[in-house]
Design a protein around this ligand. Sequence first.
Ligand SMILES: Cc1cc2nc3c(=O)[nH]c(=O)nc-3n(C[C@H](O)[C@H](O)[C@H](O)COP(=O)(O)OP(=O)(O)OC[C@H]3O[C@@H](n4cnc5c(N)ncnc54)[C@H](O)[C@@H]3O)c2cc1C
Length: 440
Amino acid sequence: MVIGRSGYKFQNWAESFGSSPELYFQPTCVEEIKEILDLARQRSKRVKVVGGGHSPSDIACTDDYMIRMDKMNRVLKVDKEKKQVTVEGGILLSELNEELEKCGLALINLGAVSEVAAGGVIGTGTHNTGINHGILATQVVSLQLMTASGEILECSESTNPEIFQAAQLHLGCLGVILSVTLQCRSAFHLQDVQYGAKLHEVLNDLDTHLKSSEYFRLYWFPHTEYVGLSLQDPTDKPLASTANWFRDVVLGHYLLEFLLWMSTIISGIVPWINRFYFWVIFGRKTVRIDVSHKVFNFDCKFKQYVQDWAIPIEKTKEALLLLKSWLEKNPHVGAHFPVEVRFARRDDILLSPCFHQDSCYMNIIMYKPYGKDVPHQAYWSEYESIMRRVGGRPHWAKAHTCTRNDFEKMYPEYNKFSNIREKLDPTGMFLNPYLEKVFN
Ligand SMILES: Cc1cc2nc3c(=O)[nH]c(=O)nc-3n(C[C@H](O)[C@H](O)[C@H](O)COP(=O)(O)OP(=O)(O)OC[C@H]3O[C@@H](n4cnc5c(N)ncnc54)[C@H](O)[C@@H]3O)c2cc1C
């Protein structure tokens, strides 16, 4: 029999949200998950499943029952011919990367970190970049879902196709993702070429840049005219590192945290910090070649606040220039670097921010040096207002102030998702305060 533990305190990675679940479970098999759901039903408790706990919002919080999936982390099947892998929902992508490498396979695309679980990554619409690549949920071939009643549903484009279209980006509100089959590709080395450029030159020729590399992104340094470009492409060349301990660790981590902390006392130095770091990071062209997941992932430094909306790709220039111009008119606002700009191909997943829309994701960040809170509300609300004006949709894992009214307008298939959710979970077992704002 599965035993729930009391007294557990949940905190997300950024330590920006947490909760105190009444009972905390770490099931090791499907039967134990069913037992937990049965118990929750009998006692009218809500249930929240948690993967890596990396979402920078309260989407994974609950004060009722929490199920952590870290003991359901096995690779169930590898189909080398189809280049597909079936895994349990709790496997961390860092564990999966290693297993795939042994089989000569790799994930097609990855976000900045791999300490996140398969079920969690698809649940919030995690994305990376590449105009011909969709968000990570588009790599899902099929999945297995346990609903509130304890029933297990197989879902794919041919079996329960409508539920599949919803469950690919499930928000944790349709049930427990037991397993996922992911489309992979042959293992590959990735070359990352980085160099600096002028913002207006890049924006004026964005189409060419977008086509210049399979995984293209740019980093704008707020309060400056500068961007760093990153062109990542598969290559047959051998590994080549540009790691520089002084630049990456001493300047890029320790000094940066200290300077950002100083900026909370001496206001007005943020633009200088940004200029200095543009020079440190993009002052000269660098080329690095490594195993794909090591290049996709990067050091996210320290605790932070983030917002990340997807906007129609043709609005990229307008949105960035609006944000730049607002910062110029409000010099008292210090915006940390970088604003990371990534791209993703349209899809037809019901609640995907890229639903029927090639998109640009514009991620803004404010670090918490040594855990200290930094004022960010004015920057946050102006960013959000610009994102709304240009037809954006917020990243589901990250901070936003949207509610049901907004989502109904943003998502043409909102009602279809909502009906599927109500059918699979009529009592709202998988809801929490975050999801109530989305559905109630
Ligand atoms: C340092 C850092 C870097 C990041 N980089 C990126 C990035 O590059 N791109 C990007 O798009 N996002 C990024 N994110 C956000 C991150 O990818 C998402 O928050 C993702 O959902 C985290 O996965 P997780 O396993 O930690 O999910 P959790 O936060 O644990 O859960 C997310 C949601 O999924 C549900 N869930 C989890 N597992 C299951 C399951 N098995 N069954 C049912 N529901 C489940 C939870 O209930 C919750 O609703 C980053 C976050 C951090 C902290």
